[in-house]
Design a protein around this ligand. Sequence first.
Ligand SMILES: [Zn+2]
Length: 87
Amino acid sequence: MAERRKFKKRYCKYCEAKIDFIDYKDLKSLKHSLSERYKIMPRRLTGNCKRHQDMASQAIKRAREVAFIPYIVDRKNVVETPFDYIK
Ligand SMILES: [Zn+2]
């Protein structure tokens, strides 16, 4: 339950920001759909709509391929806010 509280408000952040296309280079928008271990967050937690979730997961997979975000995070390297390190 404590985990759920983080995602209390369920709305699509991409719809709210009126994003039509999620670019894989745009890490700021990708991070809505990434966990702290760079895993793609499931829709039931983020509240994203199907359309944007598909776009986000596609973009995240592309971003992984070009090494903008790591595929796996080492247990030692887990940090609370991984996006401080990307930038
Ligand atoms: Zn949406």
